[in-house]
Design a protein around this ligand. Structure first.
Ligand code: URA
Length: 247
């Protein structure tokens, strides 16, 4: 059996009612559950199977929401923070249970999945999943000639942490010996990309996540903008995690 929720919460999430509006509508007999008027806002319902109507109109409930956010610098990958705006505060949704699936540093931009699908987030972030994440970076160069092989062979960071093999692609070299690159890593260790370049003596000057598994950052999204994932993108993400986590 699915998870139950209170009728007034359902009305808030599926119909945009405030708690007091939900109470009032129920009291006036405007709300029905499976065809029977329901006057108790505290009544537990099954959001995926019970048919709830308001003034005779069915309210539909998407159990999970999925958003692709182009995270701007200066926002925290958290649901609450005392100092900085959170990534969740950028998303306009009635849902109160959204959270970022993963973390990007305060100064990092780019692709962040915001969802309330705990199962998918867990599978994507589990250390066993090894979902590829590709970052665009500008690093202070010059990069050592053997940087590609050092990354590919799974390097040791300055504190002794061993990381998995990663793929480096050099892009443009800027005049001030600043190198543009793509780096694809399979893990999500704390400050991993920055620490990997640090280990080569090349500090990261700018970092932006471009993709996570099959999900690519939509180039139409400016920093701070977001859009819901398409059904196809959600399916791809779910399938990628299944393939990757098979023993
Ligand atoms: N690696 C980092 O160093 N920072 C990020 O925000 C993401 C990956």
């Amino acid at each position: 059996m699915g998870k139950t929720i209170r009728l007034d919460r359902f009305l808030a999430e599926a119909g945009g009612f405030t708690r007091s509006q939900a109470k009032e509508a129920a009291r006036k007999g405007r709300i029905a559950v499976n065809g029977v008027p329901e006057r108790r806002p505290e009544r537990q319902i099954l959001p995926e199977t019970d048919l709830v109507t308001a003034d005779g109109k069915p309210l539909s409930y998407a159990r999970c929401e999925y958003y692709m956010l182009n995270k701007p610098a200066g926002t925290v990958s958290a649901t609450e923070d005392g100092r900085y705006p959170t990534v969740v505060s950028l998303i306009e949704s009635r849902r109160k249970d959204l959270f970022p699936a993963g973390r990007l540093d305060l100064d990092t931009e780019g692709l962040l999945l915001i969802t309330n699908d705990g199962e998918l987030a867990h599978q994507l972030l589990s250390p066993r999943s090894h979902v590829d994440k590709t970052y665009f970076a500008r690093v202070r160069g010059p990069l050592p000639k053997d940087a590609e092989t050092r990354f590919l062979s799974g390097m040791q960071l300055e504190d002794g942490t061993q990381v998995m093999p990663a793929r480096l692609e050099r892009l443009k070299e800027e005049e001030s010996s600043c190198q543009q690159v793509y780096l694809t890593i399979q893990e999500g260790k704390f400050h991993q990309v920055k620490r990997m370049f640090e280990a080569l003596g090349c500090p990261v000057l700018y970092l932006k996540r471009m993709s996570m598994g099959p999900l690519q950052l939509d180039p139409a999204l400016a920093p701070g903008e977001y859009r819901p994932l398409t059904e196809e993108e959600v399916t791809m993400l779910k399938n990628c995690r299944k393939r990757k986590t098979k023993p």
